[in-house]
Design a protein around this ligand. Structure first.
Ligand code: ADP
Ligand code: MG
Length: 562
């Protein structure tokens, strides 16, 4: 008789991930998943160990966005899980596929609240923040549990999935045959969702009636990797387009049909707007108010039927995946059905030219100390011949100015604070992008945003990732305090030398105070392709409270010092 081979839960989890093509885990090791992490690495998975679970989760989420496969974040129980939960919720909000896998303590004790080490009902805690949450209670269910989690994360509208693995499941043994038979390889990870043909006809007919049509591309369009077809549709119809921040580069920002530099005019004057993978949320003023004409009619292409009519009535909903939808549009489009309107394009071109002239004057001024404009002039110069560099962008003013000033030329190269406008994603996103692509990353970060994730520069140095972190240091949240005054709620340490931090881990630190030295530091650091941090001194008076979102910041009508 053959001898019985034994395996256990930890081995099975690794087998299940590998079987489904998962090659990387982002995590923080500890009880009860240390062995699982070690084993995964020994079995050939790439393990990237972080200093905080939130950044590990952010790395997993952005890896999911870039690859259309779920990024995996692995954490310890209760507090580690909760640190990762912020990233899981952010991934769900942004429609990024990721799976947060956390070890959990003894269910019998947790359920009776008898006070276990790191006791928490993690699955139920995760539910409101995840697209789905599952717990595996028996090792023979690992195969099906992992498959289900993968499918749930990637199919339909992608999102964050929580997968709970009890310490018990990880250590329980079972025989090799049963274990092998229990594994599941997912078939058709994200099934195509082909839109109904009549919805395509209706949308084209509406677009054909438009005098001033506009296409708004969101990060759903970037995620779909239908770059060629989207470009073909835009160029064939001649409709001007506006990229949302993470859709920048889907078509190059210097494309003649881009309306980015005439955003308010394009939105305000458009009579029919076609939303492709973009939500009418706060980032588009909910389709209401002074930005919009009030009589705009909409085509909305989205994978999620419940997104339709969320803020404004949608005259022509197209529910399906963007790749299938755009291909259906191209097939159904009759020659000359939608003809580009020269007058409308000219109106946009004129406004663009005016705005670009005004911007150029601001960029070319040389204030001392630097402000956001003169610093971003350096970024533009340094990135000019490097369209493949990933630009990660995090902060308030740093986010707003960079988005408007730094052009993108390739799809999915700009990664930023996204739907929540969350602070602190930069180091996680930068690491995830570098790991997935092997390409250089420039993270442009406000000094306050850096504080939420800055310790990950050790992670960057440990793995020698080609990440250059550029901190716009204006001594504070939004801006700095008067030199020498006591710290206000928004003030940070004055004249901090963030460049010294990376030197502790052998990375290259730069401290720059003028535009020419910033250009040089950026070119040197990017060309070296090694971990670097540039501390860029910006006027502490530069920057407005809440960046471009002053309207969202309730201001007390009574003076705080009265
Ligand atoms: P942005 O912030 O760039 O405007 P949003 O995150 O608001 O983008 O919108 C993205 C939209 O794209 C979501 O409503 C989501 O359902 C949709 N989406 C994501 N992936 C796909 C896809 N493959 N096909 C169709 N729609 C998608
Ligand atoms: Mg700041």
């Amino acid at each position: 008789m053959e001898s019985l081979t034994l395996t256990d839960g930890s081995h099975l989890v690794v087998d299940a991930l590998k079987l489904n093509g998962i090659d990387t885990i982002y995590g923080v090791a500890g009880i009860p998943i240390t062995d699982l992490a070690r084993l995964a690495q020994a079995e050939g998975l790439r393990y990237i160990g972080f200093r905080h679970e939130q950044s590990a989760g952010n790395a997993a989420a952005i890896a999911g966005y870039l690859t259309q496969r779920p990024g995996i974040c692995l954490t310890v129980s209760a507090p580690g899980f909760m640190n990762g939960l912020v990233a899981l919720a952010n991934a769900t909000t942004n429609c990024f596929p990721m799976i947060l896998i956390s070890g959990s303590s003894d269910r019998a004790i947790v359920d009776l609240e008898q006070g276990d080490y790191e006791e928490l009902d993690q699955m139920n805690a995760a539910k409101p923040y995840a697209k789905a949450a599952f717990r595996i209670n028996r090792p023979q269910d690992i195969g099906i549990g992992v498959a289900r989690a993968i499918h749930a994360a990637v199919s339909g509208r992608p999102g964050g999935v929580y997968l709970d693995l009890t310490a018990d499941v990880l250590s329980t043994t079972l025989d090799g045959e049963t274990a092998k038979a229990s594994l599941v390889k997912v078939v058709d990870l994200a099934p195509r969702q082909i839109p109904a043909p009549d919805s395509i006809t209706r949308a084209l007919e509406l677009l054909a009636t438009a005098k001033r049509p506009l296409i708004i591309l969101g990060k759903g369009a970037a995620y779909a990797q239908a770059d060629k077809d989207i470009r073909a549709f835009i160029e064939t119809t001649g409709i001007p387009f506006l990229p949302m921040s993470m859709a920048k580069g889907l078509l190059p920002d210097n494309h003649s049909q881009s309306a980015a530099a005439a955003r308010s005019l394009a939105i305000g004057r458009a009579d029919v707007v076609m939303l492709i993978g973009a939500r009418l949320n706060w980032l588009l003023a909910h389709g209401k108010g002074p930005l919009w004409s009030g009589s705009t009619r909409y085509v909305q292409v989205d994978i999620s039927p419940t997104e339709i009519d969320s803020n404004r009535p949608i005259a022509a909903p197209v529910v399906g995946d963007i790749k299938s939808a755009i291909s259906a549009f191209l097939t159904a489009l009759k020659p000359n059905q939608i003809r580009s309107n020269a007058e409308w394009l000219e109106e946009i071109a004129q406004r663009k030219q005016k705005n670009i002239q005004r911007m150029t004057a601001r960029l070319n001024a040389d204030p001392n100390p630097m402000n956001f404009f003169s610093a971003l002039r350096a970024v533009r110069a340094a990135l000019d011949d490097k369209p493949d560099v990933y630009v990660v962008n995090d902060g308030a003013n740093t986010l707003d100015f960079t988005r408007n000033i730094v052009d993108m030329y390739e799809p999915r190269r700009r990664l930023d604070s996204g739907t929540w406008g969350v602070m602190g994603i930069s180091m996680g996103y930068a690491i995830g992008a570098a790991v997935v692509s092997g390409k250089r990353v420039l993270a442009i970060v406000g000094d306050s945003a850096f504080g939420f994730c800055g310790m990950e520069i050790e992670t960057i140095c440990r793995y020698q990732l080609p990440v250059v972190t550029l901190i716009f240091n204006n001594n504070g949240i939004y801006r700095g305090d008067e030199i020498g005054s006591a710290p206000s709620p928004t003030g940070l340490f004055q004249n901090a030398r963030y460049d010294k931090l990376i030197e502790a881990f052998g990375g290259a630190g730069y401290h720059v105070t003028d535009t020419p030295s910033l250009i040089k530091a950026l070119i040197d650091a990017l060309e070296a392709g090694k971990p670097a941090l540039i501390n860029c001194v910006i006027d502490p008076r530069a920057g407005t409270e809440s960046g471009h979102l002053e309207n969202l910041n309730p201001k007390s009508q009574l003076s705080a010092t009265a």
